[in-house]
Design a protein around this ligand. Sequence first.
Ligand SMILES: Cc1cc2nc3c(=O)[nH]c(=O)nc-3n(C[C@H](O)[C@H](O)[C@H](O)COP(=O)(O)OP(=O)(O)OC[C@H]3O[C@@H](n4cnc5c(N)ncnc54)[C@H](O)[C@@H]3O)c2cc1C
Length: 374
Amino acid sequence: MKKTYDSAVIGAGIIGMAAAYNLSREGLKTAVIDKSYIGSGSTGRCISGIRQQFSTAASIGLMKDSVSLFSQMEDEFGFSIDFSKSGYLLMAHDEGLLNVFKSNIELQKKEGINVSLISPEEALSIVPGLNTDGLLGAAYCPDDGQAYPFSVLKGYKKKIDEKSGDFYLHNPVSGIEKKENFLLTLANGTLIEANKVLLSAGAWTREIGKKVGLDLPLYPERHEAVITERIPKIIEPMLVDYRKDGCYFQQLLTGQVIGCYTPDPNVPGIRTDSSCEFLLEMAQRMVRLVPELEKAAILRHWAGCYTMTPDGSPIVDQTEVENLYVASGMSGHGFMFGPGICKHLVTYMVENKWDVDFSEFSISRSFGSKESLK
Ligand SMILES: Cc1cc2nc3c(=O)[nH]c(=O)nc-3n(C[C@H](O)[C@H](O)[C@H](O)COP(=O)(O)OP(=O)(O)OC[C@H]3O[C@@H](n4cnc5c(N)ncnc54)[C@H](O)[C@@H]3O)c2cc1C
């Protein structure tokens, strides 16, 4: 069986779904293909954080767009995505990081973000149970927040369905051929012909790119996460502790506390196995920061992938193969980046020119600088 589309999106995570939503809105008949179910990759494994506190104008600008898009979704989809401006509190326990916050805040304010450098006492007034031992200061943005990834995906699915987009799920792309158009072969033998193709397969993007001779600098790593049972509200913002043995966690609107830490050394590869070491370590780190959490029972833990690039920023661009695009390498930010990135990427796919400066995410950049707020 062969089906013909204007565009095909490989991967039904936040990036593929947000792209397909925008492509459909532009009037392109679109196919969304996934080797498993919608959200089965990293998107369904993330901890739902959305922040605008980044260190470059492009990332800050795109996150302003994303926050605005997240805030419109309830009206657009007709149901809640549990979006809340619950804030992000980034904590500095050393002078070096405090200075990084200071210069970032200057740029963020210039870009119109409601952010300020606050004292440990002010941090304590925002999170009364916070252990401020050793805390020198914090960067706080009350307009950062959270949303429920599965509701966002459900909303995009609803909108793509309304525009008669098609889904091919549990059906990996096993081959890509480029003639005048692209011809994608799916595992069950279906052939998808499309004029434009987006590689948005998260951690698997590099492996799929190889099918058309690309070697994209994308490096998956395992990241583990944990969630507690529901407890009364004790934490409003996402708390980000940047110490070497730090962690980050927030309380969901539904009461559970959800969080991660960045393993050191990193754990390379596409891995979703979870470890007892993480569970014990994470519990200690969370309780050190908010001692009251000692009373909260952990419900479960799991793992997913960050897809890294050499400089920690995504790759969002057309590849050297005409009409083949890539949006991957989202590190720990793909959920929050997705709506903003895909809005601009789809404009580029349709009009063949960028409506914003995304050179920082270009495939041909030097990869020499680093995002300072991982
Ligand atoms: C523990 C953890 C916590 C995180 N917390 C946050 C957070 O708070 N905020 C945030 O913004 N980000 C967070 N992230 C990062 C975020 O989850 C990712 O950046 C984002 O989900 C990437 O989305 P994606 O669409 O690129 O990839 P994915 O969601 O992984 O989607 C890729 C899809 O491609 C499909 N696929 C693979 N191979 C094929 C094939 N051959 N054919 C067809 N389909 C294929 C997969 O099945 C998958 O569904 C976190 C990640 C982890 C692991």
